[in-house]
Design a binder for this molecule. Structure first.
Ligand SMILES: [Zn+2]
Length: 255
């Protein structure tokens, strides 16, 4: 598990995670290596197995496997490290200048922060909270298809939380906008980091107050009620969407 405490400024080696702009080193053996002296441009992330860990982005590694594929395969502790490395390196790459005055920024060593020495503005990695919700009616589940999905795939509903909006309100609004269903009780399930590019998925169960579906036709191209015994093709097992569906199926099977 990644220990979220920054190594001291003079830490120069330990573990090194090797990434490219789009992927990770090609097998678990050389993805995360021991390294006495990190490269100059390595970014410390915290501690891994009791030792400092840093990430380095290597150029010209376009053949390395994509992050999404890796996240599906590695254990949860490693996927947290990968997700952190991916978000922090992209944030640093994209925030080299101050958004307020345009001056060059510098990375602070004791936390994930970019400092502007000209105007004092400090920027932190962007995390975008999203709701993801399984709408239920008794045993039935409301699943929907986005136009971006592989053929036959159905999933739960999801959307970004807007500025100033409470999380529960975002659940009700997204469900109403996407499928036109009023929601009663909403209960939190769990959350999952989704670093494409910087989402934090917050999972909820939502009890439908009515069954009539009215899709928006843009974000959602089809939606329907499904029984646990007769499900369409679902998202992969590591996704929070699938965990919501599986958890509901287990809970209604024992009733
Ligand atoms: Zn500035």
């Amino acid at each position: 598990m990644l220990q979220r405490e920054m190594p001291p400024a003079d830490a120069k080696g330990g573990w090194l995670l090797r990434m490219s702009d789009n992927g990770v080193a090609s097998d678990a053996g050389n993805m995360l290596i021991r390294c006495e002296r990190w490269p100059e441009r390595a970014l410390p992330l915290g501690y891994w197995l009791g030792e400092p860990v840093a990430v380095v982005v290597e150029a010209g590694r376009d053949d390395w496997p994509a992050f999404r594929d890796w996240l599906a395969q590695v254990p949860a502790a490693q996927s947290e490290l990968l997700a952190t490395a991916l978000q922090v390196t992209r944030w640093e790459r994209d925030h080299r200048f101050c958004g307020r005055c345009g001056h060059a920024t510098r990375r602070l060593v004791h936390e994930f922060a970019m400092q502007c020495d000209n105007c004092g503005l400090r920027g932190y990695p962007r995390i975008s909270p999203c709701i993801i919700t399984l709408v239920t009616h008794g045993k039935d589940m409301l699943l929907a298809r986005s136009p971006r999905f592989p053929p036959q795939r159905y999933s739960t509903l999801a959307g970004f939380i807007e500025p100033g909006e409470a999380v529960e309100a975002a659940v009700r609004r997204e469900v109403m906008e996407e499928v036109g269903v009023d929601v009663g009780r909403v209960s939190f399930f769990k959350s999952q980091s989704w670093p494409f590019p910087h989402s934090l998925m917050m999972g909820f169960f939502a009890e439908a107050a009515s069954r009539r579906i009215r899709i928006d036709g843009e974000e959602i191209v089809d939606a329907a009620w499904f029984r646990p015994q007769k499900l369409p093709q679902l998202p992969p097992v590591y996704s929070i969407s699938r965990q919501l569906i599986d958890t509901h199926c287990e809970s209604v099977a024992v009733r």
